[in-house]
Design a protein around this ligand. Structure first.
Ligand SMILES: *Cc1c(COP(=O)(O)O)cnc(C)c1O
Length: 456
């Protein structure tokens, strides 16, 4: 096939490509950039225009694009083998990567089950936890529900949607989902009527114990995005909450499933968010940043104890009957190994700490902006909540899509960002140089000013 022209690409995109999470008629009207290449932290479109990648290509890019070390690792692997199955076979790179993950995650996590997206990583954890209770030493097959946190997001497959609770994404499917028990999201951003900030947080801490106690014989697991709820709009949990959840789960023997798909690989300031409170989860779900943002790869990590419940003679059928075709893909594993090595060689945790402070400083100028309700930040994850009026926190009307207007204004200024409703999200890659992070903040502020002054 010869290289199509820009006009052909536009026409075929509109005719054939159904974009995720996109209202498609609005998408077609606005002629979104069509990316054909990248250079460092810039994405380049069919017209040669450059956009600074301000959301790490949906929260997964780690070192930028066309990173020599990662590119070389993939090319070298390509000269060996692109893919072979992990069903009944193994591969050198998937073994090496498993060892590297085990060495870097909390001590109790020693087993790695590969899949290919964050959703499947969560799906796998749910099925493993469920089956574990059927097969453990003193089986409890009645454990048929999961505890989860309000406003949670764990992916888009039916199981991962079941444990999520973002109404807009979930309400259509409600009859397809399995029942769960949810505890309120512990964030001062969503204080319920009748509560002060302090009494609300106390209520959220208390509710964990109440809900676990009430479901102590039915819960198969407690699912949580540790420290930061990303898709809810960067909701940052108060210190001690994750530890508290861990302690109560331990008390009632309920496996804790930590979904580190968004927060893993440095985003919150530590390699994994669980480290911040010394928490060892029973399952850890990894995806997004695992391959440096290059190729689809995910891992569900767990403990010797969970693993042991799946052992036995083949005829006993204690096996975990689950596996995706591209599980542990060799090119993706090679990229992941190179990405982890580079993470350490470049001392990215120190770099992240620097950029975290830089962003906090830059964005502090929004503190008294009339249309900025709140700037939430943990590590290098940022959510800027736009409102009609900062004094009353009255929300903007959804039809105006002000968050989206900020994205469009940003594109004209050469930055690529994507909001969650009216929360403007900044998610620079952990390896983004500080001068680019600085520019990203400046252009975002300028875009917010431009849009809110013309819409106010
Ligand atoms: C993005 C995300 C997922 C889903 O990952 P996909 O690769 O898009 O399936 C799951 N959990 C969290 C916390 C996420 O941010």
């Amino acid at each position: 096939m010869s290289q199509p022209t820009a006009d052909q690409l536009r026409e075929w995109d509109n005719a054939h490509v159904w974009h995720p999470f996109a209202p498609m008629s609005a998408y077609v009207e606005e002629c979104a950039p069509i990316i054909t290449s990248a250079d460092g932290f810039d994405l380049i479109d069919t017209d040669g225009r450059r956009y600074l990648d301000g959301i790490s290509s949906l929260w997964c890019n780690v070192h930028g694009h066309r990173v020599p070390d990662v590119d070389t690792a993939i090319r070298t692997q390509l000269d060996r083998v692109a893919h072979s199955t992990l069903l009944g076979l193994s591969s050198d790179v998937s073994i090496q990567l498993a060892k590297m993950l085990v060495d870097r995650t909390p001590e109790n996590l020693t087993k790695v089950f590969y899949s290919d997206s964050g959703s499947t990583a969560v799906e796998v954890a749910l099925k493993l936890a469920y089956q574990y209770h059927h097969q453990k030493k003193n089986p409890e097959p009645q454990r048929d529900t999961f505890l989860c946190v309000g406003h949670a997001y764990h992916g888009d497959t039916i199981g991962s949607v079941s444990v999520g609770s973002i109404d807009l994404f979930h309400r259509v499917y409600k009859h397809m989902l399995f029942p769960t028990v949810s505890v309120p999201s512990p964030t001062a951003t969503r204080v319920m009527d009748g509560h002060t900030k302090e009494s609300w947080l106390q209520h959220c801490f208390d509710q964990v114990e109440v809900a676990i106690k009430a479901n102590s014989d039915r819960a198969a697991g407690f699912v949580i995005e540790p420290i930061v709820q990303g898709a809810a709009g960067i909701l940052v949990h108060p210190p001690g909450y994750l530890r508290h959840v861990r302690d109560i789960c331990t008390q009632y023997n309920i496996p804790l499933i930590a979904d580190e798909v968004a927060v893993g690989f440095g985003r919150t300031g530590t390699m994994f968010a669980c480290e911040q409170e010394g928490v060892q989860p029973d399952f850890m779900c990894l995806a997004k940043g695992i391959s440096g943002g290059y190729l689809p790869l995910a891992a569900t990590m767990t403990t010797e104890e969970i693993f042991a419940a799946f052992l036995g003679a083949p005829s006993e059928s204690r096996t975990f009957f689950h596996g995706h075709t591209y599980t542990g893909n060799s090119l993706a594993c090679a990229a992941a190994i190179a990405s982890l090595e580079l993470f350490e060689a470049n001392d990215l945790l120190t770099h992240i700490a620097h950029n975290e402070a830089l962003m906090r400083e830059k964005l502090s100028t929004l503190a008294d902006h009339p249309h900025v309700g709140e700037v939430r930040q943990k590590g290098i994850m940022v959510g800027i909540e736009l409102v009609q009026d900062r004094t009353t926190m009255e929300p903007l009307s959804a039809e105006r899509r002000v968050g989206h207007q900020v994205t469009l204004a940003g594109r004209k200024r050469g930055i690529m960002i994507r909001p969650l409703g009216d929360v403007v999200i900044l998610m620079p890659a952990p390896g983004m140089p500080s001068e680019l992070v600085s520019r990203l903040c400046d252009e975002t502020i300028a875009s917010i000013n431009e849009v809110t002054s013309s819409h106010a």
